[in-house]
Write a protein that binds this ligand. Structure first.
Ligand code: TYD
Length: 209
């Protein structure tokens, strides 16, 4: 069985990842591909429990290191229980966030730096996305979109300076991992963004499948 393809979606809060993952999933299924969709933090019963702890606004005393370790623990479980088996079975895995979220939010946003990469390499082993879409939207615009949707969670409630640092982190990651990153301008109509994503998939992925 040929190994599946692992695609992650990254970007600031409010950048529209979930809408785009839904549209890409439909497109890939129409081509007869088997698609598995996961989200982070979460995606398994254990990881969803960890998600509740991380995002609960009552947990205001959580240290930055504890936060980083919880995200990594949630990811370790999701990788072992869902992502690796799906890739082994030949599926396309679409992940709403992966390790780069921790590097951007905990590494750059919280200022924890390189340690975040190390704990995540321990959590997921060799696994890396084959392709990563960065939905590029300024944190100010992301915030404005979120506020329309209701109550922000613990991370979303952070100061704009935090979200700026996260955003700069993403731009840096897209330069470091230019071979797997596709940066898409997310400040446009949904269908235009979806079209760019499909084009990138056609040229990077479907020709390999
Ligand atoms: P979620 O409601 O899933 O937000 P989104 O739809 O934007 O993905 O909440 C996840 C929050 O956790 C989001 O603010 C980003 C943050 N996060 C990290 O700080 N580190 C991580 O490793 C991951 C996966 C998410």
């Amino acid at each position: 069985m040929k190994r599946g393809i692992f695609i992650s979606f990254e970007g600031p809060d409010g950048c529209g990842k979930s809408t785009q993952i839904g549209l890409l999933g439909e497109y890939l299924r129409e081509q007869g591909l088997d698609v598995v969709r996961v989200r982070e933090p979460g995606g398994t019963p254990i990881s969803e429990k960890i998600r509740e702890i991380i995002l609960d606004k009552k947990n205001s005393e959580m240290s930055a290191r504890a936060e980083a370790l919880l995200y990594a623990a949630s990811r370790a479980q999701l990788t072992a229980e869902v992502i690796e088996p799906a890739l082994k079975a030949g599926s396309m895995v679409l992940s709403d966030r992966f390790m780069d979220s921790s590097i951007a939010y905990q590494g750059f946003g919280r200022g924890l730096g390189e340690g975040v990469r190390l704990i995540n390499e321990f959590a997921v082993g060799e696994l890396q996305p084959d392709l990563t879409f960065l939905l590029d939207l300024s944190p100010e615009k992301g915030r404005a979109r979120l506020l329309k949707d209701g109550e922000p969670d613990r991370l979303e409630s952070e100061a704009m300076s935090f979200h700026r640092a996260v955003y700069e982190g993403y731009l840096e990651l897209s330069r470091i991992y230019a071979d797997r990153y596709v940066v898409v301008d997310a400040d446009r109509p949904v269908e235009d963004i979806a079209e760019d994503i499909r084009k990138a998939i056609d040229s990077h992925v479907l020709k390999r499948a």
